[in-house]
Design a binder for this molecule. Structure first.
Ligand SMILES: Nc1ncnc2c1ncn2[C@@H]1O[C@H](COP(=O)(O)OP(=O)(O)OP(=O)(O)O)[C@@H](O)[C@H]1O
Ligand SMILES: [Mg+2]
Length: 250
C-alpha cells in the first residue's frame, strides 16, 4: 500500500491563517510620478496596526501626501504592494478600489474638500450614500445614518443651527470639523488626515485633536495623521519620520 505524503499546499491549508492585525501594510513599495526619473518613495516595509494612532512627519516635499495617496489607493506603486485591510490595491480594478476606499477609509484632506453646495449634514452623510457597509454601521450604532451624523457633529461641537447650512457658509475651523465628521461617519477602519490642523490657532488645534482622537477610539479606527507640528506628537502612540522610512536618499 502506498501512502501519499501530503503536499505543501495541503499542509498550508491545515494551518489556520494568522488573523491580520494590520490595517495597512506596505512591502517593497516604489513610487514615482509620471516623468520623474527618481523614485519619490521607496519603502521596504511599513505597517499601521488596527486601531493604532500614528503621526507622520517630514519636511515639505518629502512625500507625505504621496504616501497617504498610496495608502488610500488613489495612487498605485510601480513596484511592491500596498494592502488595506488585507487587500492589495493593485489587485483591484478602479471600481473595486473606489468601493474598498469608501467602505474602509475616511480621508480628511488639507483643504477639507467639502461639497460647498450641500448642507453640512448631507456632506457628513456622503460616505453612507456610497457604502452600504458604512450605512449599516451607522444604523447599528444610532438606528439611522442621519442620527449618527448629528451625533458626530455634536461630538465635534458643531452647533445644530449650522447642520442645515451650506458647507461654504462655515468658517475654516467649522468646515474642518465637518470634514472630520464625514471621515468618521460609519466607523471606517482607517482614518487618514493630511495636515488638517494647519489653519487653526493653538486652542482650536488642541480641541480638534481631542475630539478627533476620542471619535477614532470610539469607532476603533486606526489614524494616520500628517502634521509638521511637533507639539501634536503627545497625542500619538508612534511618530514616524518619513525621511527615515524612505530609502530614496531624499
Ligand atoms: N501630481 C504630481 N506630479 C508630479 N510630481 C508630484 C506630484 N505631486 C507631488 N509631486 C512631487 O512629489 C514630491 C512629494 O510630494 P508630496 O506632495 O507627497 O510632499 P509632502 O511631503 O506632502 O509635502 P508638503 O508638506 O508640502 O505637503 C515633491 O517633490 C512633489 O513635487
Ligand atoms: Mg502634503
Amino acid at each position: 500500500m502506498t501512502t501519499l505524503a501530503p503536499s505543501r499546499q495541503d499542509i498550508q491549508a491545515q494551518v489556520p491563517a494568522e488573523p491580520d492585525t494590520r490595517a495597512l501594510s506596505l512591502d517593497g513599495v516604489r513610487f514615482s510620478y509620471p516623468g520623474q526619473s527618481q523614485d519619490t518613495l521607496h519603502i521596504s516595509q511599513w505597517a499601521l496596526a488596527r486601531g493604532e494612532r500614528v503621526m507622520l512627519r517630514g519636511p515639505s516635499g518629502c512625500g507625505k501626501s504621496t504616501l497617504l495617496g498610496l495608502a488610500a489607493g488613489v495612487l498605485l506603486p510601480q513596484a511592491g504592494s500596498v494592502r488595506l485591510m488585507g487587500r492589495d490595491w493593485a489587485s483591484m480594478g478602479a471600481a473595486a478600489r473606489d468601493a474598498q476606499r469608501v467602505d474602509h477609509v475616511g480621508y480628511i484632506f488639507q483643504q477639507f474638500n467639502l461639497l460647498p453646495y450641500l448642507s453640512v449634514l448631507d456632506n457628513v452623510l456622503l460616505p453612507c450614500q456610497f457604502s452600504s457597509r458604512r450605512r449599516n454601521q451607522a444604523r447599528e450604532t444610532h438606528g439611522h445614518p442621519r442620527l449618527a451624523a448629528v451625533a458626530l457633529l455634536e461630538a465635534l461641537e458643531l452647533p445644530a443651527v449650522l447642520h442645515h447650512r451650506a458647507a461654504s457658509d462655515l468658517s475654516v475651523g467649522q468646515q474642518q470639523r465637518v470634514a472630520a465628521a464625514r471621515a468618521l461617519m460609519g466607523a471606517p477602519e482607517v482614518v487618514i488626515a493630511d495636515e488638517p490642523t494647519s489653519a487653526l490657532d493653538e486652542d482650536r488645534r488642541e480641541g480638534f485633536m481631542r475630539l478627533l482622537l476620542a471619535q477614532c477610539q470610539r469607532a476603533g479606527s486606526a489614524l494616520l495623521f500628517v502634521t509638521h507640528d511637533a507639539r501634536l506628537s503627545v497625542h500619538f502612540e508612534r511618530v514616524v519620520d518619513l525621511p527615515a522610512l524612505n530609502e530614496t536618499g531624499h
